[in-house]
Design a protein. Structure first.
Length: 564
């Protein structure tokens, strides 16, 4: 099969898998709530308002990928919708796996094996991984872009370019990496050090010159990017770092280790792929002790470097404390690299007189495909991480609904307060969807888009990745409205209070806020039930079209319903 047909087949497979994932999640039109944080910045930039969140005036970098925000801004400026973002995501995904399947083809050919069966097995791994396919496509997040960057850097380590012309693609990716994700500040120097080590070991002057030049270029890009951040935002790192990462390294490692364990237990392929990486490192170390000449071979060295690079990608989320989303978003870009390691392991099997090894040599690709099916159908049946279990519900289905409800809430607030000369400040926990539609100021209580919380000197311990809320800045701001519900008998009602570290049960909060329904008397269906500050209720009392009805009150220990 020629390259063009393979590319079309890959596009068809990934497109169909994306369509299936899209339908399972109810055809979400706008991605998850965090994607809409990207989109509010992108829309504002496209409209000439600068890099600002919602209708708030201050510049803030409440997103993790400047490159993804700029790509979305270009799409929106050209008049395209979120559908175009999905198409770009799928195209980036196709590019990622076209690159990796090409790499598999070269490795298979070098080992005298037919490439197509192993390429098919690899594609099976990818399209049958529901967590990977979801995070790379319909969430509309930057994960797909970072996945492409990671794949090309990893491929360059596994099979270093031999000629100067072959350095073009990895050079472009390495130079662009700092704008794609902040993790590149560690990923790129580590990758370049591995390539430098390779060049020294085999005396490759082309590799040494390229790594030197790329390191200088990387430092220059980082200097420019940091200078821009200091000039425009006032801080050297994205605001997401200050909002999400605790100053306690021990706390970060503790929560990050749990995050890593969740990923390692999410499927057979993840577990076996990780074992293969560890085995590669150990075997290379043993060979170096026993057979120095063999250990110094370029292939052995490349496999060791590839394994070390993948293990670094495991370590990074541990150092930053992981993420609150289900299905290991930060670690999904590593999944194809684990699959690639597993495929290479089978390609490297040599003919043997032992029946089992001989069977694997002849039918390795079939075994890999069956392993992918087994992983999808059996192992993950009970943990919500496979297509087979998603006949009931996806683990992140609610993230799409949060975005849609947030957009609807913003529209409702605009209608509810249409006559007010100044829209009230609304404090929220999910901050993406509402930012797309509400025309008033928004207070992001988790600090991603609000410097008052992200740079407050708190511990940032609590809800994983969303623990920057503190009560002191909240009371200093005193928002007009707090979107949430009082804690009650239902466990789900405790989300607001727990996320806000017990705020709703504070006597000081109960003294300043009332919970109830604010409705328009001329439109009975147009109302908002939430927490309202007494000062705001006093201000809207002058508007006869608005009527507030208190429905619950804090009695010192809990919220009780009021009789009307």
């Amino acid at each position: 099969m020629n390259s063009a047909l393979k590319l079309l087949a890959l596009l068809a497979c990934l497109g169909l898998a994306t369509f299936y994932i899209y339908q399972i999640h109810g055809a979400p039109p706008v991605g998850i709530d965090d994607a809409n944080i990207f989109f509010t910045y992108s829309h504002n930039l496209a409209a000439g308002k600068g890099i600002v969140y919602a209708n708030n005036p201050e510049p803030v970098e409440g997103f993790t990928s400047l490159a993804w925000m700029l790509i979305c801004a270009l799409l929106f400026a050209a008049g395209f919708s979120e559908t175009a973002v999905l198409i770009v995501s799928v195209l980036l995904l196709v590019g990622t796996h076209a690159y990796i399947t090409g790499l598999i083809g070269r490795i298979a050919s070098a080992n005298g094996r037919s490439s197509l069966p192993y390429q098919l097995a690899y594609v099976f791994f990818i399209i049958l991984s529901a967590p990977y396919m979801t995070w790379m496509t319909i969430t509309l997040m930057d994960t797909c872009l970072w996945g492409l960057v990671v794949a090309i850097i990893a491929g360059s380590i596994l099979s270093p370019p031999e000629r100067a012309s072959q350095w073009l693609l990895p050079s472009m990716v390495i130079v662009a990496a700092p704008v794609v994700r902040p993790e590149s500040m560690l990923v790129v120097p580590f990758a370049l050090s591995l390539l430098w080590r390779y060049g020294v070991r085999i005396s490759d002057d082309t590799c040494l010159r390229a790594t030197r030049s790329l390191f200088v270029a990387f430092l220059a890009i980082m200097a420019v990017l940091t200078g821009f951040r200091l000039w425009y935002f006032g801080y050297p790192l994205p605001n997401t770092y200050y909002a999400k990462v605790s100053p306690s390294l021990i706390y970060n490692i503790s929560t990050g280790f749990d995050y890593l364990v969740e990923f390692l237990g999410s499927g057979i392929l993840v577990g076996i792929g990780t074992i293969v990486l560890i085995v590669l490192v150990i075997l290379n170390a043993l060979r170096r002790l026993q057979q120095p000449a063999l250990a110094a071979s370029s292939t052995s060295l490349n496999y060791q470097h590839y394994a070390l690079f993948c293990l670094l990608l495991f370590v990074l989320p541990v150092l930053t404390g992981g993420d609150h989303f289900a299905m290991s978003r930060f670690l999904q870009p590593v999944f194809p690299l684990l699959c690639l390691a597993l495929v290479i392991f089978f390609i490297e099997i040599r003919p043997s007189q032992k029946p089992f090894v001989a069977f694997l040599y002849r039918h390795g690709a079939v075994v890999l495909i069956l392993l992918a099916l087994l992983d999808c159908v059996l192992f993950a049946w009970g943990n919500g991480a496979s297509l087979s279990s998603w006949r009931w519900e996806s683990p992140i289905d609610n993230e799409f609904r949060i975005a849609e409800k947030g957009i609807a809430l913003g529209i409702r607030l605009n209608s509810l307060f249409a006559e007010l000369p100044v829209k009230p400040g609304v404090a929220v926990i999910p901050a993406g969807g509402i930012a797309r539609s509400y025309s008033g100021p928004i207070i992001d209580l988790l600090g991603l888009n609000d410097l008052r919380f992200s740079h407050y000197q708190g511990k940032r311990e609590g809800m994983r990745g969303h623990a920057s809320f503190e009560k002191e800045p909240f009371f200093s701001i005193c928002p007009d409205i707090l979107i949430g519900v009082p804690p009650g008998a239902d466990k789900g009602t405790w989300f607001t209070n727990d996320t806000l570290k017990g705020l709703l049960l504070e006597p000081a909060f109960a003294a300043q806020y009332r919970y109830g329904s604010l409705a328009r008397v001329d439109f009975s269906d147009l109302q908002l039930t939430s927490f309202f500050s007494l000062s705001f209720l006093a201000a809207v009392a002058d508007y006869p079209q608005l009527k507030f009805t208190e429905t619950m009150r804090f009695d010192g220990t809990s919220y009780v319903k009021l009789a009307h």
